[in-house]
Ligand binder design. Structure first.
Ligand SMILES: C[S@@+](CC[C@H](N)C(=O)[O-])C[C@H]1O[C@@H](n2cnc3c(N)ncnc32)[C@H](O)[C@@H]1O
Length: 281
């Protein structure tokens, strides 16, 4: 039995439970750059394309399923209608391929994805090699290839396939990311066979819906800090900072203020630290 780190309340704080993986896509950004690792027949690629309308969709797969005689109980030649796995997938998404929205990368997913720029993707859906080593390889490279505030979604967040009795490595990898590397759960999407999806992101990121608020707050803070800087040092245009709309009527810069010159009070430790911080901004 695989050693799996336990999640605690902070790893799932604010997480959402969805009835299924298609509904859960509502929690992810639309119009971004998406990758799916392990596309098989393209069934979930179709859902991702429809629901998230990505500007770029990259499909990663070994594309060798046509070499297997039977797939999920059916002869593979029938399933792929006599085509190779890759040809079948490319035919299905011919329009998106021609428009450049969709790209296909054939081969081992971790090796192929390593060739993309770091921070390129907004969302990566991981559903390829399900062994512990395979999931870890994909997760580690995917973590580098998403934006800092991007999302990793893992299919089959369960200890194994109870139908084929094959063990899976998804739960240990996801839990290790959360417990040891500072990630948290955004959602869990149920599945009738408990082949659930789990979505994680880095803990030190801000949800997209709060971006505007945080940006405004940071801008205000920076403005106030600049104001303090001018008081401590006497440098800069204090009046403009206080009343931006009256900048034209501010006294000229050459006029001295009470906070500078020989009469300026010695700085406290807090002032000194604040100045150091502001200088490094
Ligand atoms: C479970 S299927 C993916 C199903 C698909 N995501 C969906 O939901 O419709 C797993 C896929 O991963 C691919 N795969 C397995 N190991 C891989 C690897 N090392 N690199 C790339 N693809 C891999 C298989 O070829 C297969 O098509």
């Amino acid at each position: 039995m695989q050693n799996v780190p336990e999640l605690n309340a902070q790893h799932v704080a604010g997480a959402t439970l969805f009835a299924n993986r298609a509904d859960a896509l509502a929690a992810l950004p639309q119009g971004g750059k998406i990758a799916e690792i392990g596309v098989a027949f393209g069934d979930f690629s179709q859902v991702l394309l429809e629901k998230l309308a990505p500007s770029q969709f990259d499909a990663y797969d070994l594309f060798r399923l046509h070499e297997i005689e039977t797939i999920w109980g059916k002869p593979s030649a029938n399933v792929f209608r006599g085509k190779s796995h890759r040809a079948y997938y490319e035919d299905r998404f011919h329009q998106q391929l021609v428009s450049g929205q969709l790209r296909v990368f054939e081969g081992d997913s971790s090796a192929e994805m390593a060739q993309r720029d770091d921070g390129w993707y907004d969302v990566i859906y991981i559903d390829g090699d399900h062994s512990y080593e395979g999931v870890l390889r994909d997760a580690e490279i995917a973590a580098r290839k998403i934006r800092h505030d991007g999302f990793l979604v893992f299919n089959d967040y369960t200890m194994g396939d109870h139908l084929t009795m094959s063990p899976y490595g998804i739960v240990p990898v996801v839990n290790e990311f959360c417990v040891n590397y500072g990630w948290k759960v955004i959602y869990l999407a149920l599945n009738s066979q408990m082949f659930c999806d789990v979505c994680i992101t880095r803990c030190d990121t801000v949800p997209a819906r709060h971006h505007h608020f945080v940006t405004s707050a940071l801008s205000l803070l920076r403005h106030r800090l600049r104001h303090c800087w001018t008081i401590f040092t006497g440098k800069g245009d204090r009046s403009r900072l206080r009343e931006p709309q009256k900048a034209a009527s501010c006294p000229p810069q050459s006029e001295k203020t009470e906070s500078e010159g020989p009469n300026r009070k010695p700085r406290t430790m807090v002032e000194t630290r604040a100045i150091e911080i502001l200088r490094s901004c």
